[in-house]
Design a protein around this ligand. Structure first.
Ligand code: F6R
Length: 634
């Protein structure tokens, strides 16, 4: 999704801006741009280059233009307001008001992540004051608003402008009259300040970015800006003010040393990141479980600003509320089965974007669990803050990014060690989330006195076996490729599961639709005759997740219902089930039966099915249309 990089330096900063955008590329974008203050040449002032192609094309443009400068801002855009087109790409300029404005040099440049909800009203107001709009974006109102409020001090103008904005934003702004200054602000979208060094006798340089990762290799000294902060970057100094305009000292906005990954992840022998990430799962699980010697609450101790001790929190809760989106939501749905059956704790799972706007009944003894790969998903963060505002202070996150807002804002955390996930379709993040959630189930079961030492040892042994078990599931790939060839010819697919595996059916359907664009739906198999059976014909492949558990016989009856209507079944059966391939019934046998951990294994063939179907259809596997990796807007 959208990305921001900004810099004030005494050296040429254009390569840093471009490289920062390249590091953010994998998140998905449809246009990009850079604006700088060029001091040399005949006409000093603001210059920009924008492109609807890749960042590499933007890089070629700036090289051809010989763009060099010490101050600049850059952006990758994921279209929300206005089509992906050059005139909608950021940075946006304001040339001031009046009929002749466009013939005047640009005065203000802005990049923006988020959505300005009152942009229509602001646009009408600014148009009435003589400002002309060149784009359909909500962002352009910020450029004109800053221009209208500018009285010689950019910091003051930005403070006054953001006071008028409703919605979510992270912005970086500069003005032609203050060429060595960039001002940033955030509310609802992430923004960090990168503190640079003084070198070669030159004053220290400073940076802004929507993610510390964009600054990898430039600086590891990061200040995480808080909601409502406005930050001023100049050569050799910076300062931050909070929402009320109060200056923030190093105690309140500490500089942290952050080892952000560089984003430069090699594909190695793989064709796509998604394929690589599916095959990395044995290692990702091993890394996630590394150092877990026993089930102890300390595994979940907090790491952020609100850090708390898990044992204290676990003693004080009597229910769980899980908040997440997409694939992460489905891992929460699996966890509900575990938490209720094994720990005896009532568990509710809610889609974050619904929960945040719902009038719900808060309960102070709730453990609010957010699940997120990125830790920056806007809806999940907002749902967390909403739960906190309702008085629920016991919060825990299962998250893959240790430096994310989610980890900083939750009292407790379990960091999955899936490694960087580049493919838009989440795979290894999901299976490692499940591992973290299973450990949480064990820890809560223990704190409820429902886990004996023998059970703990047995479950841990099964978890340690997961990487090996996953290897043998991955070896099923040739059989899945065979299925995928048939799926690539279809327009629709149905996925069925029961119990713990109903969320796995949901996840399988999501994977298939997002990367192969085949319409796929998932149902608990028992629901078939309540509606979806009407869809079943010989043209509808029906994927069934069929582990050998206590619901298998029920599931077999559901499969008969499909076969009797001419539906073609694709069944992922455990080794010891007696389901055999025959006309209209295709079976792939899982190597072992994995008991309660079975969802972690059964999802893998479904990931491979989606991947190979997409491959057969020739879609862009790692960057499916209209989707972004990190959904930082609502
Ligand atoms: C689907 C997918 C998304 C994410 C969702 C939440 O493959 O990746 O559905 O799971 O956008 O993202 P995170 O986990 O970063 O909060």
């Amino acid at each position: 999704m959208c990305g921001i990089v900004g810099a004030v330096s005494a050296r040429n900063i254009v390569p840093v801006l471009i490289q920062g955008l390249q590091r953010l590329e994998y998140r998905g974008y449809d246009s990009c741009g850079v604006a700088v203050y060029r001091s040399g040449g005949d006409a000093p002032g603001l210059y920009r280059a924008r492109s609807t192609a890749r960042v590499a094309e933007l890089q070629a443009q700036v090289a051809a233009d010989g763009l060099e400068a010490g101050t600049g801002i850059a952006h990758t855009r994921w279209a929300t307001h206005g089509a992906p087109a050059v005139h909608n790409a950021h940075p946006h300029f304001s040339h001031g008001a009046g009929a002749d404005a466009s013939s005047r040099p640009a005065r203000v440049a802005v990049v923006h992540n988020g959505i300005i909800e009152n942009h229509d009203e602001l646009r009408a107001e600014l148009q009435a004051r003589g400002y002309r709009f060149d784009s359909q974006t909500d962002t352009e109102v910020i450029a004109h608003l800053v221009d209208a409020l500018y009285d010689g001090d950019l910091f003051r103008a930005v403070q006054a402008a953001v006071a008028r904005l409703q919605g979510a934003y992270a912005i970086a702004v500069f003005h032609k009259d203050e060429p060595q200054r960039v001002v940033g602000a955030r509310a609802g979208s992430p923004l960090v300040l990168g503190v640079g060094q003084a070198r070669d006798g030159l004053p220290a340089e400073h940076f802004l970015a929507s993610d510390a990762m964009a600054l990898a290799g430039v600086t590891d000294q990061i200040v995480y800006l808080a909601e409502g902060d406005v930050v001023d970057l100049q050569l050799g100094r910076y300062w931050v003010c909070d929402r009320s305009g109060r200056p923030m000292g190093p105690e309140e906005r500490p500089v942290r040393t952050v080892q952000a990954h560089s984003g430069a992840v090699e594909l190695g022998p793989y064709r796509h990141y998604m394929q690589k990430e599916i095959f990395e799962q044995p290692r990702a699980l091993a890394d996630t479980l590394e150092g877990v010697e026993g089930v102890v609450p300390e595994l979940f101790d907090g790491q952020g600003d609100q850090a708390a001790a898990a044992w204290r929190v676990f003693k004080d809760i009597d229910r769980v509320l899980i908040l997440a989106c997409g694939t992460s939501y489905y891992s929460g749905c699996v966890a509900k089965y575990w938490l209720e059956a094994m720990a005896g704790i009532p568990t509710q799972v809610e889609v974050a974007s619904e929960y945040r706007y719902r009038r719900s009944v808060p309960h102070p003894k709730t453990l609010v669990v957010t699940i997120s790969q990125s830790g920056e998903t806007a809806d999940t963060l907002a749902a967390l803050r909403h739960a906190q505002s309702l008085g629920m202070r016991h919060t825990l996150t299962i998250c893959n990014v240790a430096t994310s807002a989610m980890v900083r804002e939750c009292a407790l955390a379990y960091i999955t060690r899936a490694g960087v996930e580049i493919g838009v379709a989440s795979t290894k993040a999901f299976t490692t989330q499940l591992a973290g959630l299973f450990l949480l189930t064990l820890a809560l079961a223990q704190s409820q006195g429902r886990l004996s030492a023998e059970e703990e040892a047995r479950h841990l042994k099964a978890m340690r076996h997961l990487p090996v078990a996953l290897q043998s599931v991955l070896a099923l790939e040739p059989q899945i490729i065979h299925w995928a060839e048939a799926f690539a010819q279809k327009d629709h697919a149905l996925f069925l599961g029961r119990g713990l595996h109903y969320p796995i059916a949901l996840e399988g359907a999501l994977k298939l639709k997002e990367i192969s664009y085949i319409h796929a739906e998932a149902y608990p198999a028992g629901e078939l005759k309540h509606g979806p059976l009407a869809l079943v014909t010989s043209a509808m492949p029906v994927v069934t997740v069929a582990p050998n558990d206590e619901l298998l016989e029920k599931l077999k009856s559901n499969m008969q219902e499909v076969r009797a209507r001419g539906g073609v079944l694709y069944v992922l059966a455990d080794a010891d089930t007696r389901i055999r391939s025959e006309e209209g019934l295709n079976v792939i046998r899982m190597p072992e039966h994995y008991g309660v951990l079975s969802p972690i294994l059964h999802v893998v063939p479904l990931q491979l099915l989606a991947y190979h179907t997409a491959l057969a259809k020739g879609t862009d596997v790692d960057k499916p249309r209209n989707l972004a990796k990190s959904v930082t807007v609502e």
